[in-house]
Design a protein around this ligand. Structure first.
Ligand code: HEM
Length: 313
């Protein structure tokens, strides 16, 4: 691929900031400027610590795209819609912009966001800001290692980056985010064996259960999906724990990148409705989704040379 993507596929980091924001009326010019300066901010802040692993990604929501740019739009860009199962609901809370800023140390994430948001001023309203941290050996706050089955290397590129199927947007990606809060008291009240059954893996060792021993409502069963020819469909996740240590809340910020958002949406339907319907994901009995939104992640090259402004601008 000759196109430079944003750093969507990056080493797992110790820190991340997740921000969603809406563009205020009249804020479009400043947002377009911010987007085209994204590479410059990344170089300037990243150069302050070359081994700091700064990897900032910006995503643009469906309505925002039409307010910002003219010309062709990304083929599969649409707003995230609520998924309502019998027991659990994945809400759609919208958002014009997503900022997913990762680095080894938190100060780089923080400094990067300050540089970006300074000039933005009142062009945007922040709707959510979450500071994620690495918890022991890549565990979530449920205590399980999270991210093991992520695709890596060239396979990850194929699953995550748009190819020639959408020529104007090669090297782009789609991202879905959801902020989950856990009921850790209820989770800790069940046995480790029950927790392992909910995930489909051993808690301490992270070893996967044999398929035949997995429950129909296990998280890893509902999220292992194939296309009509039996080929696996995958996404790349970079979930992070977050919360207030003293009092809670305790949460997992879910973030999943895919070349086609339909893959992530199918996983979500499996989790919230069940596959077959009725087998909703056991981890949802202890984890509630409070937000949900979908964004297009342009390639780094497209950010540097964005499409022309929308005619109304
Ligand atoms: C696997 C945790 C939400 C998709 C896993 C694993 C854990 C985990 C512990 C097993 C290790 C691994 O392979 O990473 C969580 C938590 C969530 C959450 C705590 C939120 C509360 C989601 C959501 C999706 C998702 C919303 C998709 C829309 C997957 C996939 C796998 C996985 C695709 C790998 C399945 C496999 O191939 O075995 N998750 N997850 N997860 N999760 Fe999640």
């Amino acid at each position: 691929m000759n196109v430079q993507p944003q750093p969507v596929l990056t080493q797992l980091t110790r820190s991340a900031i997740f921000v969603t924001a809406d563009i205020n009326p009249g804020g479009e010019d400043k947002v377009r400027e911010m987007v085209s300066n994204w590479g410059g901010y990344t170089r300037a802040v990243g150069f302050r610590r070359l081994d700091g692993g700064l990897a900032p990604v910006v995503g643009i929501g469906s309505h925002a795209w039409d307010r910002l740019f003219s010309g062709p739009r990304p083929m599969n860009l649409h707003p995230f819609t609520e998924i309502r199962g019998e027991k659990h609901t994945a809400p759609a809370t919208g958002g014009d912009l997503l900022f997913h800023v990762r680095a080894v140390d938190f100060d780089l994430c923080f400094a990067f966001m300050q540089e970006v948001f300074g000039p933005l001023g009142d062009a945007v309203t922040v709707t959510d800001e979450v500071h994620g941290f690495r918890y022991f050996d890549e565990r979530d706050l449920l205590g399980f290692v999270d991210g093991t089955e992520n695709p890596s290397g060239e396979a990850a590129d194929e699953y995550v980056l748009i190819g020639e199927q959408d020529p104007a947007f090669v090297g782009g990606s789609y991202v879905i985010v959801q902020k989950y809060l856990h009921d850790l008291r209820a989770w800790d009240a069940i046995t480790v064996e029950e927790q392992e059954r909910a995930i489909g893996r051993r808690k301490l060792s992270d070893i996967e259960f044999p398929d035949a021993d997995k429950a129909a409502d296990a998280h890893t069963v509902l999220n292992s999906i194939n296309d009509e020819n039996g080929n696996p469909l995958k996404i790349v996740r970079d979930n992070m724990p977050f919360g207030q240590a003293s009092t809670g809340p305790y949460g997992t910020y879910f973030i999943g990148y895919a070349a086609d958002p339909a893959v992530t949406e199918r996983m979500l339907r499996n989790m919230f409705i069940g596959d077959p319907p009725g087998t909703s994901d056991r981890i949802l009995d202890f984890s509630t989704a409070h937000t949900g939104a979908l964004f297009f992640v342009p390639s780094a090259d497209l950010l540097e040379n964005p499409p022309s402004p929308a005619p109304s601008a």
